[in-house]
Design a protein around this ligand. Structure first.
Ligand code: APR
Length: 230
């Protein structure tokens, strides 16, 4: 089986009703990203950060996967698929994908603010000020914020290096180190980049740019890959 690695970003969940980050001019539904999604923001105002993620968690809980997520899940019948997502929602899981690397964490997990290895599946949709980990520290969202290391990066890079086909969908490729994963792709490997507003990708031989929304474009691309590469 050929190996397909897919790098996804906020755009793949846009048609499921979840907002992207950079389409609204640096504001995420009225919040300044750096206030709510950085380690400094957390230190300054944990209540605001918890409120922001509680709101996002509720929205993600109610959201359904769209035809883009579903098409990627379908790929698993014919290919060995790894999804590397920058998204913290669980729409790839809900669509049925089984091999997902969450680079930037997961909304439905909480963790200790003392020890990044103390991670918990959440049973409720909110983390409140005063909710403590077993070691007594405030629980925080299991999210990789600006100013923090990306622990899953190396695992993701190893997968990207092994890809026979690489797909990038719904990301502005503005946030590093995630955006740099494309540089790990073997130079013979075809790369498909899909986005209604295509991000800049340095030209290379096997690059195919597809100006399309995920829910429309991915089912078509998946059909094509199944026909051509199986
Ligand atoms: N289908 C596909 N792509 C879409 C769609 C759609 N329906 N709608 C919008 N897009 C594209 C936009 O054109 C844009 O290029 O999705 C991309 C979203 O880009 P960003 O908002 O920058 O999101 P992303 O690249 O995932 O952000 C990376 O930044 O704030 C941090 O940690 C956060 O994981 C996030 C990271």
């Amino acid at each position: 089986m050929k190996k397909i690695v897919v790098l996804t970003g906020a755009g793949i969940s846009a048609e499921s009703g979840l907002s992207t980050f950079r389409d609204a001019g640096g504001l995420w539904e009225g919040y300044d990203i750096m206030e709510v999604a950085s380690i400094d923001g957390w230190r300054r105002n944990p209540a605001l950060v918890l409120e922001f993620y509680n709101m996002r968690r509720k929205a993600a809980y109610e959201a359904l996967p769209n035809d883009g997520h579903k098409a990627l899940a379908k790929l698993e019948k014919n290919f060995d698929v790894t999804i590397v997502t920058q998204n913290v929602d669980n729409l790839h899981e809900k669509a049925g994908s089984t091999n997902i690397i969450h680079l930037h964490g997961e909304l439905f997990k909480s963790r200790s603010s003392l020890d990044e290895h103390l991670v918990f599946e959440m049973k409720e949709l909110e983390i409140k000020l005063g909710d403590k980990c077993p070691r007594g520290s405030q629980l925080r969202p299991h999210i990789v914020w600006f100013g923090e290391a990306v622990p899953m990066l190396e695992t993701a890079a190893k997968e990207v290096m092994k890809a026979d086909i690489f797909i990038v969908v719904g990301t502005s490729l503005q946030v590093y180190p995630a955006a740099g994963l494309i540089d790990y792709v073997d130079h013979n490997t075809p790369i498909y980049v899909m986005d209604p507003k295509l991000p800049y990708v340095s030209p290379r031989a096997n690059l195919k740019l597809i100006e399309a929304k995920a829910a429309d474009g991915l089912p078509k691309l998946v059909e094509k890959l199944i026909l051509n590469f199986e």
